[in-house]
Design a protein around this ligand. Structure first.
Ligand code: ZN
Length: 189
C-alpha cells in the first residue's frame, strides 16, 4: 500500500469545432455484437494484475515522431461532441520500432485484429497501471511474456480505424485513463 496526497490542477483541453456532420461508423447489429466481444476481451486483459514493478520506473517514449494527437482533445461536429481522445498519437512512419516504455508483462497481443484498435498490444506495469499500443503493423511479443523497458514489442502501422500510420499510446491506472505524455517527459528524437 502506497499513499500520497496530490494537488489537482486545472488544465486547458484542446477542443476543435468542425462544421460538418459526424462521419457515421458501422452501426449494424452484427457489428455491435462483434464490438461487444472485442471490448470484453480488452477489458479482461486490462483487468489482469501482474507483479510487475515497471510502474516505479521513469517511462520512455515507445516510439518517436511528431505528436499528432493529444490526450483529452475532442472534436465537436455541428454541436455533437465525439468521445475525447484517450491517448497520445505519435506520427511515426509505418514499420518504425515500438518499444516498451517501462518494464511489464504482456497481457494482450494479436490475434485477433480488433475493428477499431487493429493490432493491439497491452502491457501491464503492475499496481493497476497499464499501457495499450494501437494500430500496430506487427507484434513481436506474446501474451504472458515479461518485457524490459526499451525492448522491441512491435512496429507502427495503420491497422484498425486509422487514417495513416501512427502509434496511439493510451494508459490506464485502475479505472482512470491517464495522459502518457507527462509520464514520458520530453521526447528525444
Ligand atoms: Zn489516437
Amino acid at each position: 500500500m502506497v499513499s500520497e496526497d496530490l494537488r489537482i490542477a486545472p488544465r486547458v483541453w484542446q477542443v476543435e469545432h468542425i462544421g460538418l456532420a459526424r462521419r457515421q461508423g458501422l452501426s449494424t447489429e452484427v457489428y455491435r455484437r462483434i464490438r461487444e466481444g472485442e471490448l470484453a476481451r480488452i477489458a479482461s486483459a486490462r483487468a489482469a494484475a501482474t507483479q510487475s514493478q515497471g510502474w516505479q520506473q521513469r517511462f520512455v517514449w515507445p516510439t518517436v515522431g511528431r505528436i499528432s494527437g493529444r490526450f483529452g482533445s475532442q472534436r465537436v461536429y455541428r454541436g455533437e461532441a465525439a468521445a475525447f481522445h484517450s491517448g497520445v498519437d505519435v506520427a511515426a512512419g509505418a514499420g518504425a520500432a515500438v518499444v516498451a516504455p517501462a518494464d511489464g508483462v504482456v497481457v494482450l497481443s494479436p490475434p485477433p485484429r480488433f475493428s477499431l484498435e487493429g493490432n493491439l498490444v497491452i502491457i501491464d506495469h503492475g499496481m493497476g497501471l497499464n499501457s495499450a499500443f494501437l494500430h500496430l503493423q506487427h507484434s513481436n511479443v506474446r501474451e504472458g511474456q515479461a518485457v524490459k523497458q526499451g525492448q522491441l514489442i512491435g512496429s507502427v502501422g495503420a491497422t484498425g480505424r486509422a487514417t495513416g500510420p501512427h502509434l496511439h499510446w493510451s494508459m490506464k491506472w485502475q479505472d482512470a485513463r491517464i495522459d502518457p505524455q507527462p509520464l514520458a517527459g520530453a521526447m528525444r528524437n
